[in-house]
Design a protein around this ligand. Sequence first.
Ligand code: PGA
Length: 250
Amino acid sequence: MLVVIKKNYDEMSEEAAKMVADLIRRKPNCVLGFSTGSTPLGLYKELIRMHKEEGLDFSKVTTFNLDEYVGVPPEHPQSYAYFMWENLFKHINVDPRYVHIPHGMAQDIEEFCEWYEERIKHAGGIDLQILGIGANGHIAFNEPGSSLGSRTRIKTLDELTKRDNLRFFTNPEEVPKYAITMGVGTIMDSKALLLLANGKNKADAIKATVEGPITALYPATIVQMHRKAFIICDEEAASELSRKYSGYLS
Ligand code: PGA
């Protein structure tokens, strides 16, 4: 695991964008795993800038998103599909045929999840999966207690996650209770992981992920077992680490 500590959010985002852009330039038809939330917004902004100013070409890239709320259609402003189109896809030259986002309105969720796993396999696997981390240690919607070998499936959202999501919906009844999410095992099958974290409220989660024991109660800790995992965080998110210097291998 390589931990890179940057001064602030902007530097974290730029470093992450460099890594993604390097991969796209080396392998124009690479498979990227994308995530949603506030953390990757700076990365997406920088990728858009690189596309517009430096001609970074996404036309052959295949994408898979980590998760989506159940019962929220793609055109809903709080859906993750909407988030991805608004914050990244509509600003770059990605081919919509190569974009995959779990479908929150799928009739048969189990069948959909199997199809999603198949599509990832068919694409040759994910070359680089971008991850955020929840304050409760979740990755994607693999909430505390998720099986560390889990595959794409429906998950009940944790109380803390629902509370965190309240700010995005006008009333509490609207806050989704379930999500379709790639499993921990699905994520671990990616050839490389890039986990981003910023801010003081992620400091405990980063400490557990880098230094804590591996436990299903903190699904992000499994990242320690990955052969090629990068964590890029800002100084605040790194503030609880006991061994703290940028660019250290653990
Ligand atoms: P955030 O969410 O980027 O909005 O903090 C990250 C996550 O919950 O995975």
